[in-house]
Design a binder for this molecule. Structure first.
Ligand SMILES: [Zn+2]
Length: 378
């Protein structure tokens, strides 16, 4: 229901509003007439357009996103997966004598807010220059949208970037620890973002897309879909081609990508993918390897500082270096000539174990074998 609202004279000289394009200012005032007595209204861009700017050629979702970037409107998520708008300072400006209870407020489950800096990084990543506009597409289905790096009234690039018909989606969901950083934010249409929910981006793609429908590189900015994919056809399943011409996909690819991020030494990815494929770790094993990769990454600077060359992921994986830290250190072997050289690889350990009559058993993990050898030699 529309209501009569008041405008304070200060509105016209508000330091944020004066920098906004005319249509954003007018839309903002229009929202007051259609929100409830607590400043909430359903977020239906088409309806808002018909109510407030019915014969203007404007993109409401872009303008709302701009007002949201500027902190004048909050885009909130609802318990049913929908969205609503909230005007955060509404009650400071409106005197409402007998407010009607808000039907929307109790349904709100959270706020959708992405830092301005990240918005600008995402825009840059998609080729949008300061003060310009660029086309963009939903990462998951290729539906078109826009990026608008807003200019101030003086024609200079402002600090605000607005996205039209696309939402900023945490690829690895916030609830699962995904951060609002440039690398974890993809652009998604409302439909995909809503059906994805808190699913990991990879799982969502896999659920959406039939297997073996082609090759989509797992790392990218969403642009790779443009021009190659019809909006209505499903994009290709993510696969990674290994150096030996095999492909890594599904949960193995998902785990490998997590490893690759944790290892954080971005050389020889295709080679590393082969090493990963020959391990083909299950979820628990992969988690161990990923944790060790993160420790390896942490210690790399010190290693380089000490003049050593850091190991590339392939070598690190094939030498099973991820087991190094969990296993007790090997004591030097006693033999006629003093001590053996330190055992650092698989071959060396087997040779060392043989001195005690120990060979790796079928089904035994590397760490288990190692600790048997350690015990025998102690
Ligand atoms: Zn989509």
């Amino acid at each position: 229901m529309a209501r009569i609202r008041t405008i304070k004279p200060e509105f016209w000289t508000d330091e944020v509003m004066v920098q906004m394009p005319f249509e954003a200012r007018l839309l903002f005032v229009g929202l007051w007439n259609f929100c409830d007595d607590y400043g909430y209204l359903a977020y239906e861009p088409e309806r808002i357009r018909l109510q407030v700017l019915p014969s203007d050629d404007v993109n409401i979702s872009e303008l709302i996103d701009l007002l949201s970037a500027a902190g004048r409107v909050e885009v909130t998520s609802l318990k049913n997966g929908g969205r609503a708008l909230h005007l955060p300072h509404f009650l400071e400006h409106q005197k409402i004598s007998h407010p009607t209870e808000s039907k929307i407020a109790p349904e709100v489950s959270g706020k959708v807010a992405i830092p301005l800096e990240v918005r600008r990084q995402v825009a840059s990543k998609h080729g949008c220059k300061p003060g310009e506009r660029a086309d963009a597409a939903c990462y998951y289905c290729g539906a078109p949208g826009s990026i608008w790096w807003v200019k101030t009234q003086k024609g200079r690039p402002s600090c605000w970037v607005a996205f039209g018909d696309l939402e900023l989606d945490h690829f690895h969901s916030e609830k699962e620890g995904g951060e609002a950083t440039e690398n974890n934010i993809v652009l998604a249409c409302r439909h995909c973002n809503r059906s994805k929910g808190t699913t990991h981006g990879f799982s969502f793609l896999l659920r959406k897309i039939p297997e073996d429908s082609g090759a989509l590189r797992p790392e990218g900015n969403g642009k790779e879909l443009k021009g190659k994919e019809d909006k209505h056809s499903a994009p290709a399943a993510p696969t990674l081609r290994t150096k030996n011409g095999k492909s890594l996909k599904g949960e193995h690819l998902e785990r490998f990508e997590k490893f690759w991020t944790a290892f954080n030494y971005k050389r020889g990815k295709a080679e590393a993918a082969d090493a990963w494929l020959s391990l083909s770790p299950d979820a628990a094993f992969a988690a161990q390897v990923i944790a060790a990769a993160a420790r390896e990454a942490k210690g790399r600077a010190a290693l380089v500082a000490s003049g050593q060359t850091p190991k590339m992921a392939q070598g690190w994986l094939s030498a099973r270096r991820f087991e190094d830290e969990d296993a007790p250190a090997l004591p030097p072997a006693k033999n006629g000539n003093g001590t053996c050289p330190p055992v650092t690889d698989e071959k060396g350990l087997i040779a060392y174990g043989a001195k005690f009559g120990l060979n790796p058993k079928a089904g035994e993990s590397w760490a288990q074998y190692r600790s048997r050898v350690v015990q025998a030699s102690a």
